[in-house]
Write a protein that binds this ligand. Structure first.
Ligand SMILES: [Mg+2]
Length: 297
């Protein structure tokens, strides 16, 4: 079963590729075609949790990979669906890991939400079921953040609200019932935390709001392609020249498929070889971790 994907049972961590790009053959090593395809990538999108770090620990090899991209002048952006923190906080976190990243190297689902709404209606009034960090991100687009008893709310925004209260749910239902637009940062039902546990994420909050009001949000984060569209206009590169590296099939790899990107699945987080075998979405490349890409870059 494992061997079907080219991971020979005795190969340990030395095998570099699990599934090749035409999704039918097995390969134990990068061949010339793989090398050319990977070296042709003009921009890398990197998921964070499970791909770059696990909780507070950096995954080995990530620093070298980022250094190589910097040296080769290949742009890279860290992508996250987690909207409980904002761009500024992610930049600080990544800097604390030793990455000299700038805000343009980070894209959160919250930022894409702010960008989307400000294009739909500049200066729109929002009611936010989200953290103070998300509110700060949205306010940076000159969107107005309203309190629970204001009139004239244009959009309800739902995020991964780790400061959720019943009062916020009540207010969101009232605004949705009155016809406000409904935008959500990310569809994830749960967010994995330490010790194999999870906490309810934005998608679960939206299920409650949907059941109460019959309204469904537009989701901004992975696997929907708003992030790719945002990066396309920010960097002026076609999605076909981008590659996404991630550990989740249903978000990272699905985003790659939906957006037409090269997909690289790492086995350092959620997805296992068994998951990939069962999944209808077969990534173009599967590696144990980002470290294996250092042999190319
Ligand atoms: Mg991940």
């Amino acid at each position: 079963m494992v061997h079907e994907f080219g991971l020979s049972p005795d190969s340990g961590n030395r095998v570099k590729i699990v599934l090749n790009q035409n999704r039918t053959e097995s390969e134990g090593r990068f061949n010339q075609g793989h090398l050319e395809r990977l070296l042709d990538v003009k921009m890398f999108l990197l998921d964070l949790d499970g791909t770059v770090y696990l909780e507070d620990e950096l995954i080995p090899g990530v620093s070298d990979f980022i250094k190589s991209l910097t040296r080769r002048k290949i742009p890279f952006v860290f992508l996250t669906n987690n909207s409980s923190h904002n761009t500024k906080e992610y930049v600080e976190r990544l800097n604390s890991f030793g990455f000299p990243v700038q805000p343009e190297n980070v894209l959160t689902s919250g930022l894409v939400t702010g960008s989307f709404i400000s294009q739909k209606k500049p200066g729109a009034a929002l009611y936010v079921v989200g953290t103070d960090s998300l509110k700060e991100e949205l306010a940076s687009f000159n969107l107005k953040i309203h309190s629970h008893n204001s009139a004239g709310v244009d959009f309800v925004v739902a995020g991964f609200d780790t400061q959720l209260t019943y009062e916020k749910i009540l207010a969101a239902c009232m605004y949705l019932d009155s016809g406000a637009g409904f935008v959500a940062t990310n569809p994830d039902l749960v967010c994995p935390v330490k010790h194999g546990r999870f906490v309810p994420d934005c998608g679960s909050i939206c299920v409650m709001l949907k059941n109460a009001t019959g309204r469904e949000p537009i989701f901004m984060g992975k696997p929907h392609t708003f992030m790719v569209q945002h990066l396309r206009s920010r960097f002026g590169l076609p999605p076909s020249s981008m590659a996404i590296i991630g550990d989740r099939l249903t978000t990272d790899i699905a985003l790659g498929f939906n957006g037409g990107l090269t997909t690289i699945c790492v086995l350092s987080g959620e997805a296992t070889v068994e998951d990939i075998r069962k999944s209808p979405l077969k990534p173009d490349f599967v590696v144990h971790s980002i470290d294996q890409l250092n042999e190319i870059f």
